[in-house]
Design a protein around this ligand. Structure first.
Ligand SMILES: Cc1cc2nc3c(=O)[nH]c(=O)nc-3n(C[C@H](O)[C@H](O)[C@H](O)COP(=O)(O)OP(=O)(O)OC[C@H]3O[C@@H](n4cnc5c(N)ncnc54)[C@H](O)[C@@H]3O)c2cc1C
Length: 366
């Protein structure tokens, strides 16, 4: 969107770029629901995402099946039809694309929000594109719906920065016939270990817990436990990886330290929201409550007037508390508050945005 500036004779400039009622940072399922509900309430809305639409879902394992049934992933009251009891990643991407098309959602893909200036009613959102070119967008209200999947929890193991170490699992083929280590004991680790083994990798799993985590889904747990019992997937529980080198890994097990041959490592030990980014936007994090953003639970407006939080980030470090099933309702809460706060201005908002600062400036000239 071109920026339009009006420079007065005395050099003071006014940003006359078009302003949108609501700008949503993050075009995941929650961000989309926020934009849709704002539009349905009569406001203009735009989303900005540093990747593609639903970038996190796109980076989930290629053959992943959602844990949730289709209707619990629905947004904008658009039915999610699937022949499967649990939809696949590709079906979900297809559905969210169709939703974006149906609501003609304005989504700026491959634009990273770097910072914001301004205040409630007139924020300037500073972005950079894939080539690092800066740009800015104006909005009356903002939603931060930036998810948690972009930042992996690292383990702090020597060698963890080697290119053979991955914090994201995508698909099994490139690991056929190789020694692969999976670090973790929850769903992502179990799913990756099973798929890698089923596609011919020699899989070893290391978990500091005494057994696979109780949060592993009931239809996955017996499968991974049987593979381990049969020795098809080698597992070291109550164990940690102490070193990763080019050709092997060292594991501290209850029976002592062992070193095994290894070509690839999947450290699937969870992810976390971009807390420094959230704080950079002025939103406080509650250190006594798992770094949850400070906000009004009834409206999700943060401590910064005009800035709302939505989706998984609302629960801070507790990243398994809010997911699509419940995060999708955040949009309605925010849209109701927008209606309360912007209702009286809705009709002449466009005029006000230009005239008000100009009048203010001219008054100061007197
Ligand atoms: C393997 C796996 C399986 C899952 N299965 C289910 C399930 O079955 N059911 C369920 O309900 N949930 C499931 N979840 C959880 C669910 O996917 C997340 O909770 C959900 O994606 C969170 O939605 P969100 O919109 O809050 O964040 P996200 O979907 O993560 O979207 C955030 C967006 O913000 C963008 N972004 C971040 N920073 C910036 C920035 N600075 N500038 C611009 N854009 C930015 C990102 O690119 C991303 O697209 C699963 C998660 C995983 C990992």
């Amino acid at each position: 969107m071109p920026s339009i500036e009006w420079i007065m004779a005395d050099g003071v400039s006014f940003d006359l770029s078009p302003i949108v009622d609501l700008l949503v940072i993050g075009a995941g399922p929650t961000g989309m629901a926020c934009a849709i509900e704002a539009q349905r309430a009569g406001f203009s809305a735009m989303m900005v995402d540093k990747g593609c639409l639903c970038n996190s879902l796109f980076h989930y394992p290629a053959h992943m099946t959602f844990f949730t049934t289709p209707e619990l992933l629905e947004i904008g009251d658009l039915p999610f039809s699937s022949p499967n009891q649990k939809p696949t990643r590709n079906e979900a991407l297809e559905y969210y694309r169709k939703v974006a098309e149906y609501y003609r959602l304005d989504v700026r893909q491959y634009e990273t929000v770097e910072s914001i200036t301004g205040a409630d009613g007139d924020f300037t959102v500073h972005t950079s594109d894939r080539f690092g070119r800066p740009s800015h967008l104006r909005a009356r209200k903002l939603v931060i719906a930036t998810g948690y999947y972009d930042l992996p929890n690292t383990c702090g193991i020597p060698g963890e920065d080697l290119p053979k170490v991955k914090h994201y699992y995508h698909e099994p083929h490139p690991f056929y016939g190789l020694d692969v280590l999976v670090i973790g004991g929850k769903n992502s680790a179990a799913i990756a270990a099973l798929e890698l083994w089923r596609h011919g990798a020699r899989v070893t799993l290391v978990h500091r817990g005494a057994e696979m985590h109780r949060h592993v889904k009931y239809w996955i747990l017996p499968d991974i436990n049987n593979r381990i019992k049969n020795g098809e997937v080698k597992a070291h529980f109550q164990s940690t990886v102490t070193n990763i080198s080019a050709d092997d890994v060292t594991i501290a097990t209850p029976d002592g330290s062992i070193t095994i041959a290894n070509q690839f490592v999947f450290a699937l030990t969870g992810y976390h929201p971009d807390f420094p980014f959230i704080e950079r936007l002025g939103v406080q994090l509650d250190a006594n409550n798992d770094r949850c953003p400070v906000c009004d639970p009834a409206t999700l407006e943060s401590n910064v007037p005009g800035i709302y939080v939505a989706g998984v980030i609302v629960a801070g470090e507790r990243t398994n508390e809010i997911f699509i099933e419940n995060g999708r309702f955040h949009g309605k809460l925010i849209a109701s508050d927008l209606t309360r706060k912007l209702r009286d201005h809705r009709d002449n908002l466009a005029v006000l945005t230009v005239v008000e600062p100009l009048v203010g400036h001219l008054r100061n000239q007197e």
